[in-house]
Design a protein around this ligand. Structure first.
Ligand SMILES: [Zn+2]
Length: 82
């Protein structure tokens, strides 16, 4: 059995310049990348952006959690407002 995959030779994995806009700092950038979807962030912006997303998600989750734990208003309070 040959130790090289014939498909590995025909499929060339070449990098091409891809222009994309970083969602974190909003600046367009051109990078040599393998074919595929362009990145959302610069390499340098990825970490702060992901930290921020994680923080926002956590905040939204805490907000939702707090609201769900609140007791519904008493029935006569609702009637008073009608
Ligand atoms: Zn950026």
């Amino acid at each position: 059995m040959p130790d090289t995959d014939p498909e590995e030779k025909t499929v060339k994995r070449t990098q091409r310049p891809v222009t994309y806009r970083c969602e974190w700092c909003g600046q367009e950038s051109t990078e040599l990348r393998y074919p595929g979807p362009p990145p959302h962030y610069h390499a340098a912006c990825k970490t702060p952006a992901q930290n921020s997303i994680a923080r926002n998600r956590m905040q939204a989750w805490r907000e939702r959690n707090r609201q769900q734990q609140q007791l519904p208003p008493p029935r006569d309070y609702i009637n008073h407002n009608r």
